[in-house]
Design a protein around this ligand. Structure first.
Ligand SMILES: Cc1cc2nc3c(=O)[nH]c(=O)nc-3n(C[C@H](O)[C@H](O)[C@H](O)COP(=O)(O)OP(=O)(O)OC[C@H]3O[C@@H](n4cnc5c(N)ncnc54)[C@H](O)[C@@H]3O)c2cc1C
Ligand code: FES
Length: 290
């Protein structure tokens, strides 16, 4: 789609002079280096940032990603901290995300951020961790997994439980042998298995009771569709994990990403600024958060 190719966007850059801006509130250019289809609905984009401050992120943070004429949307960072290129995995669901899928190498996008509160790795150090991802929740989870596996010796036992509707919808499967090799137990499950499927069948909660946990040392991290949270939290509670031990990343409709418009508000909190990552203990008294 050369409509929003280099010419138009570079003119905008000259006009507004944003190319070297450091403020996360102003957009910076990103140039697409690679776009690959990773499932029927998702593409993985590798992006060269025009501004190094875009690379100063924690797992769990997101950018507001924009295309002139199509708008802006929050998109999680799926690359690992410290990497020189940004990776975004985008599901085509509507106007903007479908336009994204038409972009190719050399095309430009706008990025604001990184925004939100991500995972504080130092809080997770020394603990056994059960990561539970559902559907496209594996996208932000991948950034966290990369960060944890890069410092594997600082963490205890690591287990990833990842579920999707069908084997064809599972993302990043080809990377999972590396994750296993780095010392993480990876367990997959699907609602509808297809011929030759060797993983589990059923929802992610079926796998949680089988994870070995040491007393008081395990934490859980949940990222997935809203319907999943309540049941996964109950399963983790049954294994002895309390509200202090469970982290969730919440998805809410967002417009500004910086606490100005109120679109993402739950009671007194703005998910875009106070989250999207929360400890369950921080959401006490806010049942509508989950
Ligand atoms: C913090 C955060 C991180 C996100 N990370 C990713 C990511 O890494 N990859 C990714 O593909 N998507 C991600 N999303 C969802 C993404 O922002 C929406 O899919 C996108 O805004 C849709 O824009 P659109 O113009 O293509 O769709 P629209 O044309 O606006 O809408 C198309 C359909 O999507 C639904 N929709 C629109 N916005 C949202 C939303 N925010 N949440 C749920 N449904 C929505 C609409 O109801 C409609 O059914 C994230 C959302 C949040 C809040
Ligand atoms: S998206 Fe505007 S306040 Fe959160």
């Amino acid at each position: 789609m050369r409509l929003y190719g280099n010419t138009i966007i570079n003119n905008a850059e000259e006009e507004f002079g944003h190319s070297h801006m450091e403020s996360p509130y102003l957009p910076s250019l990103g140039i697409i280096e690679r776009s690959i289809r990773v499932s029927e609905k998702e593409r993985l984009f590798t992006i060269n940032p025009s501004n190094d401050s875009l690379l100063k992120y924690r797992p769990g943070q997101f950018y507001m990603v924009g295309l002139p004429g199509y708008g802006e949307a929050p998109i999680s960072i799926t690359s690992g901290p410290g990497e020189k290129k940004i990776e975004l995995c985008i599901r085509a669901v509507g106007n903007l995300t479908n336009a994204f899928h038409n972009l190719r190498k050399g095309d430009s996008i706008w990025l604001r951020g990184p925004f939100g509160r991500g995972f504080a790795l130092e809080e997770l150090e020394g603990r056994d961790i059960i990561f539970v991802a559902g559907g496209i929740g594996i996208v932000p989870m991948r950034s966290l997994l990369k960060a944890v596996l890069a410092r594997r010796d600082k963490f205890g036992r690591l287990t990833l439980i990842y579920g999707s509707k069908s084997p064809e919808e599972l993302l990043f499967v080809e990377e999972m042998d590396d994750w296993r090799g780095a010392g993480m137990d990876v367990q997959l499950t699907v609602d509808k298995p297809s011929l030759g499927w060797k993983g589990g069948t059923g929802v992610v909660t079926t796998l949680i009771p089988k994870v070995e946990t040491a007393d008081k040392n395990t934490i859980g991290v949940i990222i997935g569709p809203p319907v999943m949270y309540r049941f996964v939290i109950l399963s983790l509670n049954a294994k002895g994990l309390g509200a202090e031990d469970i982290y969730v990343s919440l998805e809410r409709r967002m417009k500004c990403g910086v606490g100005k418009c109120g679109h993402c508000q739950i009671n007194s909190i703005y998910v875009c600024q106070c989250g999207p990552v929360f400890r369950m203990s921080e959401l006490k008294g806010m049942p509508e958060a989950i």
